[in-house]
Design a protein around this ligand. Structure first.
Ligand SMILES: Cc1cc2nc3c(=O)[nH]c(=O)nc-3n(C[C@H](O)[C@H](O)[C@H](O)COP(=O)(O)OP(=O)(O)OC[C@H]3O[C@@H](n4cnc5c(N)ncnc54)[C@H](O)[C@@H]3O)c2cc1C
Ligand code: FES
Ligand code: FES
Length: 495
């Protein structure tokens, strides 16, 4: 495979795992391990950096958070191949010259640490949050709480953690001397493999003795051209891997045993957000974090940013891509009803050429798509429609890190006070995301207000046939879907 032009595979070691180079806490590191090995295992097992903790192992708890090229991510969901050539900052890298940084000091001063298992993840997540804010931008408690919503803490109740981050943001704490274990090197809790000096420049580690709890790490190939990617896909045996937030969770749950990954993260054709021929074009590898930050999205289809803010929490949003959300085709996938409501189309490419498939016909059955096994999703096209309004609402068990119980996206235009071109799409109420055409007909030509809202809610409750499952009951889903639509229509009357 390394013979393919444009295939990034790191340096191959004869008879051994590929060598991957990255920077950890400012120091160059070379790791010999399969590209599908979790960054978390590389840090803890191969490099002895056990400050990064493992809690859930599937992106839910934030204990393993590290900063990857400036963004907080969960190291349990980052394959080594996607850390190649990038900067990783772990909790061990926060202290400077033997002094805890202002955030660490504030955490101690405010009493934000009890058992401590969540603390490294909270510290690096908060550090990424504070580093990313523009200078002078106020740090609100709501902003802090949103930033750390993916970091579970059983002990503190968060009040003191939020206090600590606010103190650090206000510059009201000064760095303090680090405890001896940090200042003088490994303390009693460290279990370095081959000694911590293996992390210094030029040194290598080999994971043959690595103690990962999972089965053998899959290999990964990282092509940098679409031609190479399609050839590798056609050859078989490799599963496309974008942000890995589904793929690595499936591996952890052992619902998938992939022998190898086709890493899509180095394909420039899958990246970027542009306006082309009257459509907003989102590269398939666009993350939800990028959707939230894009001025173009805010201008053309701000509902996409609203939706993106509801996917998982910050660390998931920085990894999860829109292409992966579409390919997974979960009926609860949050982007799907929005794409239906916006009349989006999915652009796919394979050996037979390029196809553009309307989102409305992309999801034929439960977790099935119109994608052939040898095709990749390249981009998503969202037509620009001046004067269109679109909203997204999601009901879930809690605000962050929760799969939708019901999601709903509604788009419409207004002419002389009446709605037209109405689209109503729902997630998590059927085996696939759906458009509710009967409800749309009720709304089409209507004047928003209580009367129209009531008729539309009744129509919707009669049109959907949700099921009972672990997250909710059919009766609740039907009732809540109607109530949300009612609220959307009534709110529209007040705009
Ligand atoms: C803690 C947590 C919380 C979550 N919360 C939510 C949530 O609130 N809402 C929600 O909708 N989802 C949620 N998810 C699921 C999730 O993050 C998404 O489905 C995500 O968008 C998948 O994208 P990815 O880039 O990570 O895909 P990956 O995991 O890399 O891939 C997913 C699937 O898509 C295929 N694939 C990826 N890209 C392509 C491509 N370009 N062409 C062809 N096939 C491709 C892969 O082969 C794989 O089968 C959550 C996940 C976690 C771990
Ligand atoms: S270990 Fe829980 S998010 Fe990674
Ligand atoms: S301090 Fe114990 S889990 Fe957060």
């Amino acid at each position: 495979m390394s013979g393919h032009a444009g295939v990034h595979a790191g340096g191959r070691v004869a008879g051994g795992a590929p060598a991957t180079r990255l920077s950890v806490n400012g120091r160059p590191v070379e790791v010999r391990a399969p590209g599908g090995r979790r960054l978390l295992d590389v840090l803890r097992v191969d490099l002895g950096l056990t400050g990064t903790k493992e809690g859930c192992g599937e992106g839910e708890c934030g204990a393993c958070a590290v900063i990857l090229d400036g963004r907080a991510v969960n190291a349990c969901l980052v394959p080594l191949c996607q850390a190649a050539g990038r900067e990783v900052l772990t909790v061990e890298g926060l202290a400077v010259d033997g002094r805890l940084d202002a955030l660490q000091s504030a955490m101690l001063a405010a009493g934000g640490v009890q058992c401590g298992i969540c603390t490294p993840g909270l510290l690096v997540t908060a550090r990424a949050f504070l580093d990313a804010r523009a200078s002078g931008q106020p740090v609100t408690d709501a902003g802090i709480r949103e930033a750390i919503a993916g970091n579970l803490c059983r002990c503190t109740g968060y009040v003191r953690v939020v206090d600590a981050i606010r103190l650090a943001a206000d510059g009201r704490t000064s760095p303090m001397a680090a405890p001896a274990a940090t200042r003088d090197g490994p303390g009693p809790g460290w279990v370095p493999v081959g000694g911590v000096d293996t992390t210094i420049a030029g040194a290598t580690t080999d994971t043959a003795e690595g103690g990962a709890a999972l089965d053998a790490d899959p290999d990964a190939v990282s092509p940098s051209t679409l031609d190479d990617a399609l050839a590798l896909l056609a050859a078989g045996g490799l599963r496309p891997l974008a942000g890995g937030t589904d793929v690595l969770v499936e591996r952890m749950a052992r619902t998938a045993t992939d022998a190898g990954y086709l890493d899509l993260s180095r394909l420039p054709d899958l990246r970027g957000i542009d306006l082309e021929d009257g459509a907003l074009v989102l590269g398939a590898a666009t993350t939800f974090g990028e959707l939230r930050r894009s001025p173009l999205v805010a201008d053309v289809a701000p509902v996409l940013a609203t939706m993106a803010a509801h996917v998982g929490a910050a660390q998931v949003q920085e990894r999860a891509t829109i292409g992966g959300n579409i390919a997974t085709a979960s009926p609860a996938g949050d982007s799907l009803p929005v794409l239906l409501a916006l009349d989006a189309a999915i652009v796919v490419l394979g050996p037979r050429g390029e196809r553009t498939v309307p989102a409305a016909s992309f999801f034929p059955a439960y977790r099935r798509t119109a994608l052939a096994p040898d095709e990749l999703i390249i981009s998503v096209r969202v037509p620009r429609v001046d004067g269109r309004t679109a909203v997204f609402r999601k009901v879930a068990r809690r605000r962050a890190q929760a799969i939708s119980v019901v999601s709903i996206a509604v788009a419409w235009q207004v002419d002389e006070g009446r709605w037209h071109d109405v689209r109503v799409a729902l997630g998590a109420v059927a085996p696939t995301p759906i458009r509710t055409r009967a409800t749309e007909r009720v709304l089409e030509g209507g004047t928003p207000g209580e009367a129209l809202a009531g008729r539309a809610a009744d129509a919707l409750a009669g049109e959907i046939a949700p099921i009972d499952d672990v997250r909710s009951t059919a009766a609740y889903r039907r009732a809540v879907a109607g109530r949300i639509l009612h609220r959307i229509v009534v709110d529209a009357a007040r705009r």
